[in-house]
Design a binder for this molecule. Sequence first.
Ligand code: MIG
Length: 884
Amino acid sequence: RRQKLLHPGKSLYRALLDSVTLSDESVKFQIIHVENKVLLQVEICDIEGNIFRLKIDEAAPLRERYKVPDVLIKEPTTQRLFISQKEAGILVLSSVNEDYKLQVTANPFQIELQSKGETVLSVNSNGLLYFEHLQPPPSDRKPTAENEEAASDSSKEKQEDLGLWQEKFGSFLDIKAHGPSSVGMDFSLHGFDHVYGIPQHAEALLLKNTSDGDAYRLYNLDVFGHKIHNKIGIYGSVPLLLAHKPNRTSGIFWLNSSETLVDISTKAVAEHMPSGSAAETAKQRAVPLTDVRWMSESGIIDVFLLMGPTAFDIFKQFAQLTGTQALPPLFSLGYHQCRWNYEDEQDVKAVDAGFDEHDIPYDVIWLDIEHTDGKRYFTWDKKKFQNPRKMQEHLRKKKRKLVVIVDPHIKVDPMYTLYSQAKDKGYFVKDRNGQDFEGICWPGSSCYLDFTSPEVRRWYADQFAFKTYKGSTNILFVWNDMNEPSVFKGAELTMQKDAVHYNNWEHREVHNLYGFYQQMATAEGLIRRSSGKERPFVLTRSFFAGSQKYGAVWTGDNTAEWGYLKISIPMLLTISMAGISFCGADVGGFIGDPEPELLVRWYQAGAYQPFFRGHSNMESKRREPWLFGEKNTQIIREAIRERYVLLPYLYTLFYRAHTAAEPVMRPLWVEFPGKIETFGVENEYMLGNALLVHPVTEQEAKAVSVLLPGSEEIWYDFRKLKRMEDSDTLKIPVTLENIPVFQRGGTVIPLKTTAGKSTEWMIDISYELHVALDTEACATGELYLDDGHSFQYLHKKQFLYRKFTFHKNILSSSCTDKSGQYHTTCVVERVIVLGFGQQPTFVTACSKDGKEKEVVFTYDTKTSALTLENLALSVDADWEICIS
Ligand code: MIG
């Protein structure tokens, strides 16, 4: 409200260019507010890899302001900036290679960032830099002439209206002990009118103009039954925005964990022509410009300008700052069966058996809050789960896993060890009076662990030790829910902003980090219980920038309606672009009861999304995949089996996400950055660079319109193996049997030849390669393989990273990363070459040791698919297949 009183115009800040100092790390200078004369310190860093960091803090704050810790994986490596020009009122800084120039204008203060002469982005060009300096509370102020006015009644009232020192939210009172401290700034993105990112909202892929509506809000909240097409913040936040135009992608990462609003306004402006002639002026055309205004309740301004220039560069730059996706254990890429709740041991066993009975693969069964003794996490309801270890042994024999829920609220109960220990040690978040903050949650009266404290995190991690967490075994993994944190009967169902954390920081400063820290501690706990050997799996509902390092996220409580299936695609794409590849939405829709058709369509979509879990609410009817008649069971079985067959490809994509920050699920425009028609597409997406997936999200759909981008591309039907007609948009007939999936020419996809009961049952199943030829009759692809569960790939380099290349009618298998070694007896059994020109006469396979053998093949003249069978070529060896 206060910031919105400041309208675009001339900034009230002026840079004091005489104060400029230069070091290897940064350039610093001061700016002054012309009215209140408060000095701010500006620091600009050039970070290796085309990133600029701009920090603004008070030059002499009354007390230290909050600076987000633990999100950056390390202090970024900076390089020296040079002053290339300094004249009256202008300072130009250049990067070492002179590719980038930052032009700082003194009055009004603004910064323009240019790349090789092209203005990409400007800062404060609308004059919306806003910085509330910390002040003593009105009661402490000496009645000087200056303060007298402020102390007068009428202005006090005014202050209260604006919520400077306290604010009411319904019946809740937020007392701001340190007064107003909000910060804000505007950025103009030149030539851009497509912007993305800043999850999480149940919104479209393309960010919308907010000028006549609500700003996008980043404030982690538990909004049960949240609406679609809404800018309210839900569950998680990543303050990263991406902007794209045909030849460039840029990013803005606003590192602030307090409540944040983002206003977006796209307009057309006359193109800026340098001192043009009359003729040139006449040629002026309108180019788009997007203004982005960030406003945060507290903290400092700490913003990273990611200069790309490609989308993949942005992903790398963001990962360089916040880390890459943790490599998931393979089982967690299988199908997960969840429900609130699987009642007891018998229920768990029956559901588990149901999957075998109906020949449906699955890896993990989940237990929601009812498995505990009165919502005391780390315990079991003794009546329903008399022997949890035995139950887990049963699952282990079936080569399956268990995930249990562990929420951050702790039941107030002196007999509950976790509570009494945490209480004694002072590990709970405090209220403004210094008492343990008490809220209401599932267990009734609850306290909240202060995960922002490293000591609390260490202690919490220790709770997962096998001997401490009774009844847990090494097939048990964890789900963190309610960690926004959710507080029933709290303002907006969350914690009071004036609650107090570690080091006396108020909750308002750290709010959006709370879930991030819980997942961090939980993942650490799972790693530690295995003495550092095993990869953890932790699903979290709340998240922040960097949560990808700790596991998976899901989109929270969606509803069993078609609209929620549809919106799940842009929601997952947005989360993926923000660094979190391992994401999914509850299959079927959590709230309510999906009609069978919707459930089937949701399984088909989920099978091609990174995290694949069926889940349902307490009040929802049971919906295990076999409860909807033989035909639907068959279709769901097929969808899940397709997922399992695809796992080698998916796992390889996760390795790429882990090592190279490439999102597993990506919007079309990321793969086709020059094709404007892809920029707004959100009803289909790419899974890696090879598969285009178009889920069916309309009831009783008979056909869908599919955009197959790129005039120079060839696309193949992934199941029928035949080439698609050349045409940008195709009307594809659909039946309930499956959803349209296409393989892009030029790619090789590794698959398993068949599915098994779970990922662990599939270790020895042979491989199949789908080689889809491009216009040059070439293709390449990769396969990553390791033990699927430990850190040996990292510490002992026990992995295989293979490459398949098809060129001049030779398919060769070679090593991509010689530093890795992993032995497997698995073979490539079958190869299908899609779009092969003509019936071959002879096919041979030769291994590296010179052994040559003839290969059995069949050629389908209708589809031009060439199938090579019974190959038995080692996955871990070099070989060649020659087709003549
Ligand atoms: O408000 O633990 O989003 O997946 O089943 C309900 C019970 C609390 C919310 C989660 C949902 C979970 C449920 N939880």
